[in-house]
Design a protein around this ligand. Sequence first.
Ligand code: SF4
Length: 328
Amino acid sequence: MTATLGDVLLETRHLKRYFRLDKHRQVHAVDDVCLSIQANEILGLVGESGSGKSTFGKTVLGLHDKTAGEVLYRGEVLPARYRSADFQRFARSMQMIFQDPYSSLNPRMTAGEIIAEGLRLHSDAKPRAVREEVARWLRQVGLSPDHASRYPHEFSGGQRQRIGIARAMIVEPEFVVCDEPISALDVSVQAQVINLLSELKREYGLTLLFIAHDLSMVRYVSDRMAVMYLGALAEIGPADDVFFRPMHPYTQMLVASNPEPDPITERQRSAEPIHGEITSPVNIGPGCRFAGRCPKVMDHCRHTTPELLPVRDLTSDATRQVACHLYG
Ligand code: SF4
């Protein structure tokens, strides 16, 4: 089924993913996240390490069980816990590109076998058709069909990530979670991989959840940007608006600490250090989870959890949602 821009392809409703440490303690890795992703959209998800971005992406794809809440795909509620038949059913629609192209490829399989695996598992394509598709996808991601017989260690990091992209794309998914797809790569090849993803998005009408901690890169590729802090959304809106006019104090901190692309400007910049205590992600209670670090903290921030609510951005007509009592 083809989706058109504006259709909601994927939605999460109060999605939670907790990890139990012992009888009394749980890490709230993803905590009550509600968002929707439109078809043909790139939604960038940013936040510091440990903010729950990757766990969110994996929970959406069923790679982690959901603790509570729902994920809807084309309006259908997905199972809380996937069985193998569910993976079989949804794997052709939803795929993932992993962060580390070194550990995500089986070193004992050739590039051709790795790329073909999804097609073999999820279609009844004959061996010859599979070989032809593998050759086509190797070309499509900028490699050569001759590379099919080589093993992962014979490729550079950028080439391995291209194999990871071909592996995800060969089943022609509609929705792809890109989990920090460039953070393990040299700066010189990051732009090549980003351009490849943008081309594939245009050509195949993909919808992407692009997870990264590099704000400038996320702004560059994304239509909208969502900011996550300790498992919850702090702010979401059009990527340029969030980047150039951040509203949530945490987003303002992230933007201020984002390195300048120009090394001279970067050297002259005086980034304000962030003081304060990071809230523990274990058994998070009521109150704003950024209160311990927020320079604008107020008394009731420590007791009342701010909801993610629409906020009027006077310089733009687009909708922005912010979870902060300053705008309540
Ligand atoms: Fe800061 Fe309060 Fe807003 Fe939290 S709710 S970000 S503590 S001002």
